[in-house]
Design a binder for this molecule. Structure first.
Ligand code: MSP
Length: 505
């Protein structure tokens, strides 16, 4: 991948269905995208992070009917819950698109028209099994005991006149594109899944429904509204100006990474690049595909009923504690098993015992042995090498969208610093040069840790920064220049403060 050299970095999350409130699964993908975006800002890149809500379609219409309100009233009541959740989770998106916005409708119509003019959208009859929860048709072979393979609920037989996108014409073009861009999907094994699927032969897919009214009408036949995926995927381009601001669009597309869960990989890695190719638009540069967060072995979702509200967990563990858990506990790309015990145990070991303890210990010893003023580090400290390794490994891991490995590398420096303190036992020393050397080195290591851990723990790292006497915002610093060993200044007052991560039972 070539993202290192670029001075622009753009990323998107899926846009979430507003048939239900945000849950842990939504929060997971959004926090990963946010942390990666924050890392790229620390690299000095011009970052654009997009998220939003998917508000059209049968699923939403049915949820509105069930609530006894109009679809518009319904989506207007749920969409703000996503915005509030992201604010609470400290998500730094630059834009939030709702598919009911006018800018979106304009761009969707332009995209539809471009594919229609290219001859890739045609009218035909559809007969097949449809899953409302997925908003997708399935062929018989894909059903499991007659049920939807994702939701394990019965599908419905549907026969109607639809417009179809001729996906079957794109097999060769897609395979060639993937052969030319072998590193575009992370983790890499997902690329094989995508190309394997393309090689089994692609089916044309339906893009419109006559029976549905809650959606965007086709520009050439207003008796149809476009079907959910054509509408939803287009958000990635309509948000950056497609159809409304050509200059902005040309400056911001193609996107560096779409973040998504493995459940929607076909739509993102097969349908979407084909739709873009048809319309004469460059496909995305990259996709970062996450696994599922499972609760009791099942994908957490409204349909299966095992939904954990992330906001309830924050009350318990703090925003940073929660962000850290979802970033550190699951290797991005693999499935993760959410348990409350796992959350508490990771919080206690990594945050309370490691980072929290290091910060508290340093402040205590500096207060007792150095008169509360932080000493400066020595340039040939053995911690300097540990810091350089942590910076290099943390950078490489964020670069390849591996937050858990990035945090592991950062925590390597925390552990080395705790070990350095235990070996030297500065708390047993008399005040003087020797204790000053040890504490200056520990402060410098902690300074570097707070920068490296900032994308995961934005609030508590800033608080540590302040407590060790440093000023300004970590988010204004740069990986590289500001993570070089030896910059902790002289004469700064170090304060202990309340425990940042009190131990939980
Ligand atoms: N609206 C579509 C996406 C359109 S994108 C152009 C959709 N929405 S969704 O709300 O059902 O889920 C979106 C994404 O949320 C999933 O692809 C996945 O990234 C994330 N997750 C939802 N549940 C999840 C888990 N239990 N675990 C991990 N991620 C999950 O699909």
């Amino acid at each position: 991948m070539t993202h290192y050299a670029a001075n622009k970095f753009s990323a998107t999350t899926p846009i979430y269905y507003v048939n239900a409130k945000p849950h842990l699964g939504h929060a997971y993908t959004t926090i990963v995208a946010d942390a990666v975006a924050r890392w790229h800002r620390l690299l000095g890149e011009d970052v654009h992070l997009l998220t939003g809500t998917d508000e059209h379609g049968l699923k939403i219409q049915q949820a509105a009917d069930a609530a006894g309100v109009s679809p518009q009233q319904f989506v207007d009541s749920i969409a703000p819950k996503f915005e509030q959740a992201w604010e609470r989770l400290n998500i730094t998106h630059d834009d939030f698109i709702r598919t009911t916005e006018p800018r979106h409708a304009v761009g969707v119509k332009k995209l539809l028209q471009a594919c229609y003019d290219a001859g890739d959208i045609e009218s035909d009859f559809y007969r097949g099994q449809y899953c409302v929860a997925c908003e997708a048709y399935f062929i018989d072979d894909e059903l499991v005991n007659g049920n939807c393979p994702i939701h394990n609920t019965p599908t419905t037989f549907v026969e109607e006149e639809n417009y179809f996108f001729r996906l079957s014409r794109f097999e060769e073009r897609l395979l060639k594109w993937y052969a030319d861009h072998p590193n575009c999907i992370t983790p890499g094994f997902r690329l094989n899944e995508v190309t394997g699927f393309i090689k089994t032969g692609l089916q044309d897919f339906s893009i419109s429904r006559k029976t549905l009214t809650w959606g965007i009408p086709l520009p050439w036949d207003e008796s149809h509204v476009t079907y959910v995926w054509f509408d939803a995927l287009a958000n990635y381009i309509t948000a950056v100006g497609y159809g409304t601001d050509d200059a902005a669009f040309n400056a911001n597309w193609p996107v560096d990474f779409h973040f998504l869960g493995k459940d929607i990989i076909r739509f993102h890695c097969v349908y979407w690049p084909a739709m873009l190719m048809s319309a004469g638009i460059e496909p995305p540069k990259g996709w970062a595909v996450g696994g599922w967060l499972l609760a009791g072995g099942e994908k957490m979702s409204k349909t299966t009923g095992n939904v954990v509200n992330p906001l309830d967990l924050i009350d318990d563990i703090g925003v940073d504690g929660f962000r850290y858990y979802v970033l550190a506990d699951t290797v991005y790309g693999n499935d993760g098993d959410f348990t409350y015990e796992g959350l508490i145990s990771r919080y206690n070991s990594d945050l309370a015992n490691n980072l929290g303890n290091l910060a508290a210990r340093i402040a205590t010893v500096v207060e007792k042995k150095c008169g509360g003023i932080g000493p400066t580090p020595s340039l040939n400290s053995i911690l300097a090498a540990a810091a350089a390794t942590a910076v290099a490994d943390t950078s490489a891991a964020w670069h390849s969208v591996q937050p858990s490995r990035a945090l592991e590398a950062t925590w390597g420096l925390i552990k080395a610093t705790n070990a350095y303190l235990e070996n030297n036992e500065p708390w047993k020393m008399e005040p003087g040069e020797a204790v000053d050397t040890v504490m200056g080195d520990a402060l410098e290591a902690l300074r570097i840790v707070t920068i490296l851990a900032n994308p995961a723990l934005p609030t508590s790292t800033q608080e540590i920064w302040r407590r060790i006497g440093l000023t300004g915002e970590i988010t204004d610093l740069r990986i590289g220049a500001d993570t070089q060993w030896g910059q902790y200044p002289s004469g700064r007052q170090v304060v202990k403060g309340e425990p940042l991560f009190p131990r939980k039972k």
